[in-house]
Write a new protein. Structure first.
Lengths: 222, 69
């Protein structure tokens, strides 16, 4: 497992890299003044990431690497759930936009179309790559269920990447919040789905996982 | 599926963190296995059995559908 120092370093680098990407896209559209606004958010976020990375928790391991087999399984299941939630949010968002503006306004819902297309293609590709192109719904055995979960997780990961890149491009082009709300809808849905998945599939955060939980009779070795 | 991980660990006076370090898994995963919330993969089940020098079918009992020991 990675040391706490490596985890903390990785957390700070991740936070700064993400913040740097948003700062650069903001600078392209709004000048260097916008970079200061982003820095005000990113610097405290880096400090929080540094502190959280030092915690002995499943969530820290899943976010920053060094996972064991159970944590890897929870992460895959959580990504699969996030993918399904993002796909559902994109579909609902697309239906609402079409209902409000009609089918002809591609400019209103192309982000949703992009996310759905990326999700669909990567899901189908993931199933083929993981070993089953024939599995379509229905009852799945243990291996088939595993393939489906991994394909959904891959799809979720790809949709999240498409969403982040979409927001960065929209911000760099100087578009307003109203023009890229579909990306934000899908992004928020994905984040909520991922966190809910971590909890649903057993990421440790309860009192029974706290240090000292193994202090039962006969376990003096702490 | 019942298992005897906690029983074996406490007999040897090991903490969950120490057992996790020996097996290459997190403390939280040891807790989950002991409580029956997580069924380890075959390679990990064999690692656990070998670590305690107990046959794997004695360490994990599929006949008993209760939780961990």
């Amino acid at each position: 497992m990675r040391s706490i120092r490596n985890r903390r370093l990785r957390a700070v680098v991740l936070a700064l890299a993400t913040g740097g990407a948003f700062a650069a896209s903001n600078a392209a559209a709004h000048g260097w003044g916008a970079v200061i606004a982003v820095a005000v958010i990113i610097i405290p976020l880096s400090v929080v990431s540094y502190v959280q990375a030092g915690r002995d928790s499943d969530r820290a391991a899943m976010r920053l690497g060094g996972v064991d087999e159970r944590q890897a399984l929870i992460r895959t299941q959580a990504r699969a759930l996030a993918g399904a939630v993002m796909y559902g949010a994109a579909a609902v968002g697309g239906i609402v936009v079409i209902a409000l503006r009609g089918i002809g306004h591609w400019g209103s819902y192309w982000p949703i179309g992009l996310v759905v297309a990326v999700g669909t293609v990567t899901y189908l590709w993931g199933r083929r790559a993981c070993g089953s192109s024939a599995l379509i719904g229905g009852r799945a055995d243990e291996r088939q269920a595993q393939i489906r979960t991994r394909a959904r997780a891959l799809s979720g990961y790809a949709m999240a990447a498409a969403t982040v890149i979409g927001v960065l491009v929209e911000v760099a082009l100087g578009d307003t919040f109203r023009s890229y709300w579909p990306f934000q809808l899908v992004g928020v849905a994905g984040a909520v789905g991922y966190l809910a998945g971590q909890t649903k599939y057993g990421a440790a955060h309860g009192a029974d996982y706290a240090p000292g939980a193994d202090m039962e009779e006969g376990a003096p070795g702490r | 599926m019942r298992n005897r991980v906690r029983e074996q660990r406490t007999q040897r006076g090991l903490s969950q963190a120490e057992l996790g370090a020996a097996l290459g898994v997190s403390r939280q995963t040891v807790i989950s296995i002991e409580s029956g919330r997580y069924l380890p993969s075959l390679p990990l089940a064999f690692r656990i059995a070998r670590f305690f020098d107990v046959p794997v079918d004695k360490m994990f009992d599929p006949e008993d559908e209760g939780t961990g020991s």
